[in-house]
Design a protein around this ligand. Sequence first.
Ligand SMILES: [Zn+2]
Ligand SMILES: [Zn+2]
Length: 132
Amino acid sequence: MKILGKCLCGSITINCTNEPVKTVNCHCTMCRKVSGAAYSTFAMFLKNHVRVMGNSETHFSSSTLATRSFCSKCGSNTQFNYAGKHEYVYLPVGLFDPAVAIHPQENWYASTKLHWISDCNNLPEYEELPNG
Ligand SMILES: [Zn+2]
Ligand SMILES: [Zn+2]
């Protein structure tokens, strides 16, 4: 099964030839900074099952072991590579259409998880942007 993804502006496209090995929510503080969101959800693929295409990707070493990549045009996170697991690439599930098809199976860095995340299911909901 093919899984296709792209960044917000479409300059970077991703073609995965197999299902992810697993999908995880990462609650570490670096994922929070780089995404701007409460946590990041990554699908972990074998590298040889993934092709990333496009020439607008920029790479940033967030530690001696990790490289985070993003689109230099639109700012979308595009991939995370970890030297400790060099055979895998971690792709943000938001890149895939539809992202909803890929379910997380684990929470990583639960020690730094924001305590209010579990309360969010009880908040008022709007189908789209609310007025005011
Ligand atoms: Zn882009
Ligand atoms: Zn993380």
